[in-house]
Design a protein around this ligand. Structure first.
Ligand code: HEC
Length: 154
């Protein structure tokens, strides 16, 4: 491995650990988004008719995957690294990321999708492993990953 790469990951982790609040690393925050508004968007949109979503009353369905411990997930829809911008893209148009996905486009505005994604990343954020979601994993966590990609697999 090149020396620059060896230094880059610890440096990034230090950077993330430094300038942000303890529960949510900066990598999991979305500029301008509001987690409380996001919780309301999720409730009003009825995401809970398909998902288990901690903190959202009535969100106890098992049509789609449970969104428990969301901040710790590695991938969105099994396609993209689980970083906030990718979740926004997923919420706006799941089929654009995963053709044939059973999750419908639920008609959120971009602002609503950003708020909803911000809320999802509060779930499980307090129990994040040392490596934030969407970052390369260690060998004990499924092996090293290539650089996070921001577009779907071909
Ligand atoms: C009609 C049912 C339905 C509704 C309504 C719905 N979803 Fe989904 N959702 C699914 C299904 C099914 C999947 C799995 C799709 C896939 O992996 O291709 C999914 C996947 C997801 C994922 C990725 C899960 C993972 O493990 O990768 C997220 C995040 C998500 N939904 C959030 C939401 C949010 C937030 C809302 C409301 C704005 C919502 N969903 C509304 C059915 C639904």
């Amino acid at each position: 491995m090149l020396p620059s790469r060896r230094l880059a990951v610890p440096a990034l982790i230090l950077l993330l650990a430094g300038g942000c609040d303890a529960d949510e690393p900066a990598s999991l925050q979305l500029a301008g988004a509001d987690t409380r508004r996001g919780q309301a968007v999720i409730l009003e949109t009825g995401c809970g008719s398909c998902h288990v979503i901690p903190g959202v009353p009535g969100a106890v369905a098992w049509v789609g995957p449970p969104l428990t411990e969301w901040a710790r997930r590695g991938y969105v829809g099994g396609r993209l690294p689980n970083v906030p911008e990718n979740v926004v893209a997923w919420l706006l148009d799941p089929a654009a990321i995963s053709p044939g996905s059973a999750m419908p486009s639920v008609g959120l505005t971009e602002a609503q999708a950003r708020d909803a994604a911000a809320y999802l990343f509060t779930i499980g954020a307090a129990r994040l492993p040392p490596t934030p979601a969407g970052m390369p994993l260690g060998s004990s966590e499924g092996g090293p990953r290539p650089n996070p990609r921001l577009r779907p697999r071909a």
